[in-house]
Design a protein around this ligand. Structure first.
Ligand SMILES: *Cc1c(COP(=O)(O)O)cnc(C)c1O
Length: 521
């Protein structure tokens, strides 16, 4: 336990209780690096940030005899204590506002402050989802206009705005595919996914009740068209293909793949999480896609991290449009309406149902539309060009020191992929990533995609300057050179972070989610 020592002078310690050097301090703090106890250790039940009056008889009546009779046992902190607690913790973390996030397959880019300003406008921020549509015309107009942009940019005729993340969008797309197949009395059982697919793809297919089978890859990291064609048949409901794929490569045969799948009676799902690399340049509708989710929180800059929030609208082909979920926004002569129920004869007459209780992530819609409008169509095209340029810069600047398995497959798209070939015995991708933390960076995506040994996936995004990229490349080079030379100190990195190596497996398998007061010594 690394709590500040209140009773004496102590050296600053790491999580293993080792001194991290320097003179002793009373608090365990080191200048601007502040230690922090758990909120349960700071707060007692005798303090509180708010003074609420004792509930009156009316309030007691409304709780129906269920009012609390004992202490709730949560820590009470004053407002400044609360603010300081969370601000101190945030300073032990890494953020997009502090530096480059090299995570691949995530598109962690700067979120313009303008987006935040618009999202906080009271007309959007203070809306209640139950408010009557006569009072929410502006919000419905935003949802509608964003949907129109997404249809235009993807070249697809229909869109469902309600899914709340990429994985949720995948489920939406696959449920629409299932509804379309069922409507024609076709009980196909199998969904095909490439080995390089994001884990959510096979998970979605399995969750929707399908058997999942692998599609093999060619040595250059793309879908093996011949092997796919050989596997197609009357049992294949759909293929799920990410384009650009998770090896950072554009699937050049996508149109041929889609034609083959359609000829065999199946449908084509495209994982559009990597749309950042092609937005404004390629319209998935032209490639034969039937359904594709768009991660607004990746391509259109809205912030994410720590598991949320997200937003994953899905665009649909004509074949799937009738099966899209409710609700959706429609523009009528009397203004915008949120259509909550299917009506006979309408284009959503066969809707498979709902993905969410309400219309979706309003806060993400306002941010995404602000980002889109502030760039315009030409600006978005430049976004993808700059993103691809930046990734190729990283790839070419590091390929002499890090193994780049697909460097000969042509330019990469938005992300550069490296493997651990050439590292000294006993040193791994994990050690390099931990060394990168000491250089002041969040690590890149590791061990994904699975098709590359010790994979390191780096997506710089278009928002980074050449100077920022050069500094990152310098840090990567230096840590990679240490890994190749067998520098054993990498094994115990990070040395300078507020915490050292945590047991990530234990944390994932046996998370401690409740605080219990330690027994008195
Ligand atoms: C991020 C991502 C997903 C899942 O999106 P979430 O919003 O995290 O649910 C799916 N596929 C790929 C390729 C991704 O990068």
């Amino acid at each position: 336990m690394n709590a500040p020592n209140k009773s004496g002078w102590k050296p600053a310690m790491n999580a293993d209780g080792e001194s991290i050097g320097g003179p002793a301090t009373h608090t365990g703090n080191r200048a601007l690096m502040l230690e922090e106890e758990l909120i349960f250790e700071i707060g007692g039940t005798d303090t509180t940030g708010v003074d609420l009056p004792q509930p009156d008889a009316f309030a007691q009546r409304r709780t129906g005899g269920l009012e609390r009779t004992a202490e709730i046992g949560l820590p009470g902190l004053s407002e400044p204590e609360t603010v300081r607690h969370y601000t101190r913790l945030s300073r032990q973390n890494y953020a997009i506002d502090l530096g480059l996030f090299p995570l691949g397959s995530c598109t962690m880019k700067h979120n313009p402050r303008l987006n935040e300003k618009v999202a906080r406008m009271p007309g959007f921020a203070d809306l209640h989802p139950m408010a009557p549509s006569t009072t929410t015309q502006g919000a419905l107009a935003v949802i509608h206009e964003l949907g129109e942009w997404l249809k235009t940019l993807t070249g697809m005729p229909a869109v469902a705005m309600s899914p709340k993340a990429g994985a949720h969008g995948e489920l939406c797309g696959i449920l629409a595919i299932r509804a379309a197949l069922e409507a024609r009395g076709d009980a196909r059982k199998v969904v095909l996914c490439p080995e390089s697919a994001h884990g959510t793809n096979p998970a979605t297919a399995a969750f929707a009740g399908y058997e999942v089978e692998d599609i093999p890859a060619t040595p250059e990291g793309r879908v093996d068209l011949a092997a796919l064609e050989a596997r197609l048949g009357p049992d294949v409901a759909a293929v799920m293909i990410t384009n650009p794929n998770t090896c950072g490569l554009f699937e050049r045969d996508f149109r041929k793949i889609a034609d083959a799948v359609h000829a065999a009676g199946g449908l084509v799902y495209c994982d559009g999480a990597n749309f950042n690399a092609i937005v404004g340049r390629v319209r998935p509708g032209d490639l034969g896609v039937d359904a594709m989710h768009i991660n607004l929180h990746k391509t259109f800059s809205t912030p994410h991290g720590g598991g949320g929030p997200g937003s994953g609208p899905v665009v649909f082909s004509e074949a799937l449009a009738p099966f899209a979920p409710l609700p959706f926004v429609e523009k009528t002569d009397d203004g915008f309406v949120l259509v909550e129920e299917e009506t006979a004869g309408d284009r959503h007459a066969s809707s498979f149902g709902r993905m969410t209780a309400f219309h979706g992530q309003m806060g993400m819609f306002t941010r995404a539309l602000t980002y889109i409008l502030s760039h315009g169509a030409d600006g978005l095209k430049q976004v993808s060009e700059d993103a691809v340029l930046n990734a190729n810069y990283v790839l070419r600047k590091l390929e002499d020191v890090l193994h780049a398995p697909f460097a000969d497959s042509g330019p990469c798209m938005h992300e550069a992929l490296f493997g651990d070939k050439g590292f000294a015995e006993g040193l791994s991708t994990l050690d390099l990533a931990k060394g990168l933390i000491d250089e002041g960076y969040h690590p890149m995506t590791m061990y994904f995609p699975l098709v590359v040994h010790g994979a390191m996936l780096v997506e710089p995004t278009e928002t980074e300057s050449k100077a920022a990229l050069d500094q990152f490349i310098g840090a990567m080079r230096s840590v990679a050179e240490r890994a190749i030379a067998g520098d054993e100190t990498l094994k115990t990195a990070p040395h300078y972070a507020p915490r050292r190596r945590l047991d990530e497996t234990l944390a994932a398998r046996k998370p401690v989610l409740a605080w219990t007061e330690p027994a008195a010594e």
